[in-house]
Design a protein around this ligand. Sequence first.
Ligand SMILES: Nc1ncnc2c1ncn2[C@@H]1O[C@H](COP(=O)(O)OP(=O)(O)OP(=O)(O)O)[C@@H](O)[C@H]1O
Length: 288
Amino acid sequence: MACIELKNVSYQYPLSKEKALDDVNYKFEKGRFYGIIGENGGGKTTLCNLIRGLIPQFYKGKLTGTVKILGKELREWDPAELSSKIGYVFQNPFTQISGIKETVFEEIAMGMENMGVTKEQIIDQVVTICQLLKIEDLIEKNPNELSGGQRQRVAFASIIAMNTDILVIDEPTSQLDPQGTQDIFEIIRMLKKEGKTIFLVEHKINLIAEYCDEVVVMEGGKIVFGGTARGILSNRDLENHGAMIPEAAVLGHQLKEQGIELDSIPITTEEAVRLIKQRIGEEYGNRI
Ligand SMILES: Nc1ncnc2c1ncn2[C@@H]1O[C@H](COP(=O)(O)OP(=O)(O)OP(=O)(O)O)[C@@H](O)[C@H]1O
């Protein structure tokens, strides 16, 4: 069964004259890790708002077409039930932090309290998640006094604490340093192994190439490309649609232009190294 299915979906924010989503058709399968990429203003966050049900519950505007989440029409979902199925890490961690809790512990525990989890389980879960996200030393701090990067980790922690089957994650590493970014991606990889369906908006294309199963590219409110990460990210035509391809793929194409064709276009550095080594081996073999 499709996890989320969109048929002829268009959406306009209130008072806006333009469509933020324009006739979007796509079937997202359960257990897959989707990277959502594309130009600024292309509609990525709007797609996340829709998948999470914030459109039309919170953002009114004009929505047409059919949106099915786990087989059920979006408008038929009870908002509380939907939020127990789909976790949403917002683009801006300052929006995500509730502002009403006095410690990081309480902030992360809040969602679980609302779900009726026992006190012992909550303590256990919060401690485990804080260790995972390397924020144990922040546990007693006030969430409103954290740096952007610390808030981003806490916001992420409070969503994974909810243990939802579907996660929508909008630029989770925008405030993080390279190590912090790597840490978050390793956790996302672990969540994927647990069978969760993940939607990730991210501009860091090399990370999308390394971690995602599938990629959709958005431009002007439309999904202009969609398919396996390999198929999409090796396609140079992406550059004509406001998206970039990974450095490894650029290298593969440039070598090809110079007559040095690899077996396939690599999308990660690791693959590029393997394919170039293989090519050098073939060359060396031909000469003897
Ligand atoms: N709350 C809003 N009200 C009115 N228009 C909006 C609102 N949010 C976004 N838009 C418009 O909808 C379109 C899609 O915006 P969206 O934020 O979904 O793009 P995006 O691909 O996530 O961009 P970015 O990469 O900059 O985050 C843009 O034209 C934007 O101006």
